[in-house]
Design a protein around this ligand. Structure first.
Ligand code: FAD
Length: 367
């Protein structure tokens, strides 16, 4: 296997990874191989766009939950009816080209490990490339691998006995394939409510979640949002698995939530206690028949390749403060925890780049 030295390896070229690459480049980093300081951006996809390439077809530019543009280049005006999976990957492609970010794909990182015991030594980023296995020996690693490939499915008694269809939002295509069926939608987040509105137009829906979402009266409650992000930040600093920001802020009255309410389908029920072949058993003992269970239960951080670093706490998270791993200061995690949004990913990319640049100038100061 060949090994190339590099200053910074960025893993993932979604919103977070591209932001980091942009900010590094603005501060003098150039795509490797080149004279240092060099940066390499590795992405597992065949094309640009990160997870946006895989969002369901009916998610339109008019129904995404507010996209924050990549740093330094606005999203071009888009038809609100255009699928986000078409518009945003094209925007990302243009962005990479405009700033010469030289993303390498498809390159999947399999493992990140320490080269030796020297805490100032290199981290080895081991990857599969089209030309075979390759390792980059990096001074710093910025992990920006998102969550899309790790849909979260909770477990309930009887789940395996269900005779109908179970799917996660990850695999949702459109409402048409549920026409005339009885669909249980599980989850309290934005996608649950959005798909409830959409599916209830053609099918019989039944919405459940563990806790009833609270509804923000305001258009956008900034104070609650800042508080929620601070809460997630505190969790990841302690090494707890990052919680979702929405679970703390509550739901906004988005157009789709309002539409579902107006049509009388935004009716919340407590979580079922068990799954049976033809439906779900409710906490009061009643039975609700179902043909489909749609799990809108979120995603988890896609970080299995970091396992050789041994950073996982007993609670199941990685201790991170201001994007940096507290237990492996050569590693940054962006788009993780409090930065899991397009605006958060942008800021996290900038913060990681700034920290690396500050450390190059004054190695003693930042560790
Ligand atoms: P991603 O876009 O997932 O990019 C990660 C990249 O890393 C991918 O290209 C992936 O292939 C690559 N990768 C993963 N593992 C490896 C590996 N081992 N080696 C190499 N590459 C790897 N946020 C908003 O602000 N507005 C919205 O409207 C919105 N809608 C959303 C809808 C859904 C259904 C979901 C799940 C999230 C949504 N979010 C939204 C959150 C938002 O998508 C993210 O915060 C942001 O886009 C994620 O960017 P990212 O760079 O962290 O991850």
């Amino acid at each position: 296997m060949t090994t190339s030295p590099v200053d910074v390896a960025v893993i993932g070229a979604g919103q977070a990874g591209l932001s980091a690459a942009y900010h590094l480049q603005r501060r003098g980093f150039v795509p490797a191989p080149a004279d240092e300081p060099g940066v390499v951006v590795l992405d597992a996809e065949d094309g640009p766009g990160g997870a946006w390439q895989h969002r369901w077809e009916s998610l339109r530019m008019g129904s995404v939950n507010g996209i924050h543009e990549l740093p330094g280049h606005p999203v071009p005006p888009a038809d609100p009816d255009a699928p986000s999976r078409d518009v945003l990957p094209a925007y990302f492609a243009d962005y990479e080209e405009r700033f010469g970010l030289a993303v390498r794909r498809p390159v999947r990182v399999r493992a990140v490990r320490r080269a030796d015991d020297d805490p100032r030594g290199r981290l080895l980023v081991e990857a599969e490339t089209p030309a075979g296995p390759h390792t980059w020996a990096a001074r710093h690693v910025i992990n920006a691998t998102g969550t899309w490939r790790r849909p979260f499915w909770p477990h309930y008694p009887g789940q395996d006995t269900f005779a109908g269809t179970q799917l996660h939002v990850h695999d949702y295509v459109d409402a048409a394939r549920f026409a005339g069926r009885r669909v249980v939608i599980v989850g309290a987040g934005i996608s649950a409510v959005q798909l409830l509105d959409e599916i209830s137009r053609v099918a019989d829906t039944f919405w459940v979640s563990r806790t009833e979402p609270s509804w923000d009266a305001g258009e956008f409650d900034t104070a609650a949002r800042i508080e929620a992000i601070a809460g997630v930040e505190a969790r990841v600093r302690q090494g707890l698995p990052p919680g979702s920001v929405i679970s703390v802020t509550g739901q906004r009255w988005t157009p789709w939530a309002q539409a579902a309410k107006d049509r009388g389908v935004l009716v919340w029920h407590p979580m079922f206690t068990a799954i049976e072949p033809d439906g779900v058993r409710m906490p009061d003992g009643s039975f609700h028949p179902a043909d489909v269970i749609l799990w809108a239960t979120g995603f988890r951080a896609d970080i299995a390749h970091l396992a050789p670093l041994g950073l996982r706490t007993p609670a199941g998270g990685i201790r991170v403060a201001r994007t940096r791993s507290l237990d492996e200061p050569r590693l940054f995690l962006i788009g993780y925890g409090p930065s899991q949004s397009t605006v958060g990913a942008n800021r996290a990319g900038r913060d990681a780049a700034r920290a690396i640049v500050a450390e190059r100038r004054d190695p003693a100061r930042t560790r």
